[in-house]
Design a protein around this ligand. Structure first.
Ligand SMILES: [Zn+2]
Length: 91
């Protein structure tokens, strides 16, 4: 039995910051809700060496809409686009 699912180093808050992103989105995993909100790393006092996907283990997020505690975190890619080539997201 494999004890570890991932074999490589997971990106940290610092890695994400290095890409110009200073906030994360918190999305409720309740299928009937899917509420998203955004929080700045600084507001959450996240250290740079914290593994990004483990943030919910260290900071307690509660969905402000349904009260659910099952949330997922993602880098706030809106900032990445804004600092990138300047084009609006098409698609
Ligand atoms: Zn919710």
């Amino acid at each position: 039995m494999a004890r570890q699912t991932y074999s490589g180093p997971l990106p940290t808050v610092g890695d994400t910051r290095a890409q110009g992103i200073t906030a994360l989105s918190v999305t409720c995993e309740s299928p009937n809700c899917r509420w998203s909100s955004y929080s700045a790393f600084d507001a959450l006092r996240l250290p740079d060496d914290m593994v990004f996907v483990e943030i919910p283990r260290h900071r307690r997020f509660v969905c402000s809409r349904c009260g659910g505690r099952r949330v997922g975190v993602m880098p706030d890619w809106r900032q990445h686009r804004a600092r990138g080539d300047g084009r609006a997201a098409g698609a």
